[in-house]
Write a protein that binds this ligand. Structure first.
Ligand SMILES: Cc1cc2nc3c(=O)[nH]c(=O)nc-3n(C[C@H](O)[C@H](O)[C@H](O)COP(=O)(O)O)c2cc1C
Ligand code: SF4
Length: 433
């Protein structure tokens, strides 16, 4: 059985109750940090762990915390990003539904390190059940003295509020999320200034993903150095992978960083291989926003090394032959999949979710969607393939927030690795699948 940091007790009934979570050793990190450590001591442990943010970008968490503007006479805020709207990604929901106290445990410890007395959980609008579970757990934490004024007599006080979104993918982008918490339309802000300097209500703010914050209790209980021993290179600890698509066993799996992708796909412990004995065609490894890779390049790098579940190995070869770990949304496609149709579907999503502030994203996503629709439905011409690539290139790097890149990368990578499939659609004047 592989190491489990986040999902150790996840199958125990009633883990969502304070009593059961506490009996299993929960909230020890809050006791340890508030009673025996200083805020900077907690931050140092997280730095030592080299934990990287699990929301997609993989930015080192301790370093992000150290950027927080302290001592400028403004309150600090911690926001937990529980928006999770990336297609193919459903690991945060799993964690919050089954172990909400782990997140609250991590948030109290992290807010203490950040000297924040108010924290928010921005929950994806559709997740009504998660919201109810979180609110119940927060209520229990207050009732047992782990939230509110003077927690455990330490002198430290913290309030946590849940803020449901209204169902917009863009509100997962941290500055759009901040706008939304402020009660405005979720339009991303131009950075800099970064939230650590001027975030919520212009105050120093840290935004972290659910899985990131839920990793903090283990780090404080066991020490940052112990956490850093797990995994390889600068990919330490474990990663929650939400696996879906044409595999025998879709689900959420906690893997040790460094697990070979091949083992993840084919072993019975994880995905259990490709459904119905079909052949693996392609994988999108980190949620719909990262480049798609064909079977040979997801199993091995261009240099022939086994591809591992780490930030480094998955991006080996850059975008020519590699991809990104992203949020860990692992979408597997077998040989029955039409890449063009799949891409059209994702592009339609990005067009719908674009906030419309930047012309390349607003116009480009709609344009790509139309061209892809034409190719898929037998109306495409050969120059459309280059046109598609050209539009994607003109979006990439020319927008306020990374949603534009997220829409462009899948298009560029699909053409790079599956151009012949686009051409076949055009030649046949219909979808060959
Ligand atoms: C369009 C878009 C959507 C995003 N959605 C999420 C999300 O649902 N959850 C998340 O944690 N991060 C999301 N992010 C990344 C956040 O902006 C931010 O980097 C992250 O919450 C930081 O947390 P971390 O450092 O713990 O990874 C999104 C980014 C973009 C551009
Ligand atoms: S890239 Fe797209 S989603 Fe992001 S700010 Fe610009 S228009 Fe809005």
């Amino acid at each position: 059985m592989s190491l489990r940091i986040l999902t150790e007790n996840i199958d125990i009934p009633e883990l969502t109750s304070f009593e059961v979570y506490r009996k299993l050793g929960g909230y020890r990190s809050v006791e340890k940090s508030l009673k025996t450590m200083s805020p900077s001591g907690v931050m140092e442990e997280v730095k030592k762990s080299t934990l990287r943010g699990r929301g997609g970008a993989g930015f080192p968490t301790g370093m992000k915390w150290s950027f927080l503007a302290r001592g400028i006479g403004k309150p600090h805020y911690l926001i937990c990003n529980a928006d999770e709207s990336e297609p193919g990604t459903f690991k945060d929901r799993y964690l919050m539904e089954r172990n909400p106290h782990l997140l609250i445990d991590g948030m109290i410890t992290s807010a203490f390190a950040l000297e924040a007395n108010t924290a928010y959980i921005y929950v994806r609008g559709e997740l009504f059940r998660v919201l109810r579970i979180l609110e119940k757990a927060i209520g229990e934490a207050y009732a047992n003295g782990f939230l509110g004024k003077n927690i455990l007599g330490s002198g430290y006080s913290l309030d946590i509020f849940c803020h449901p979104g209204a169902g917009a993918y863009i509100c997962g982008e941290e500055t759009a999320l901040i706008e939304s918490v402020e009660g405005k339309r979720g339009n991303p802000r131009i950075k800099p200034p970064f939230p650590a300097i001027a975030g919520l209500w212009d105050c120093p703010t840290v935004v972290n993903n659910v899985e990131t914050l839920a990793s903090v209790p283990w780090i404080i209980n066991n020490g940052g150095e112990e956490y850093a021993k797990i995994g390889v290179w600068k990919s330490t600890g474990t990663k929650l992978m939400s696996a879906c698509g044409h595999i025998s066993k879709p689900g959420v799996y906690e893997v040790k960083m460094g697990l070979p992708v091949e083992e993840f796909i084919y072993s019975e412990e994880y995905c259990g291989g490709i459904r119905k004995g079909n052949k693996l065609k392609a994988v999108i490894a980190g949620g719909s926003s990262v480049p798609i890779l064909p079977a040979d390049l997801i199993l091995k790098t261009a240099a022939g090394e086994p591809r591992l579940i780490t930030y480094e190995s998955l991006s080996e070869g850059g975008f020519e032959t590699g991809t990104m770990l992203g949020s860990g949304g692992f979408i597997v496609m077998d040989n029955t999949t039409c890449i063009v149709k799949n891409l059209w579907n994702f592009t339609r999503f990005y067009r719908h979710e674009s906030c419309g502030q930047c012309s390349p994203c607003r116009e480009g996503t709609g344009w790509m969607e139309k061209v892809l629709y034409g190719i898929e439905n037998g109306e495409g011409k050969m120059p459309d393939i280059d046109l598609l690539e050209d539009v994607a290139k003109n979006i990439e790097g020319h927008t306020i927030c990374p949603l534009g890149d997220a829409a462009a990368w899948p298009v560029r990578s699909a053409i790079r690795h599956f151009r012949s499939e686009f051409e076949e659609h055009v030649k046949l004047k219909k979808c060959p699948f």
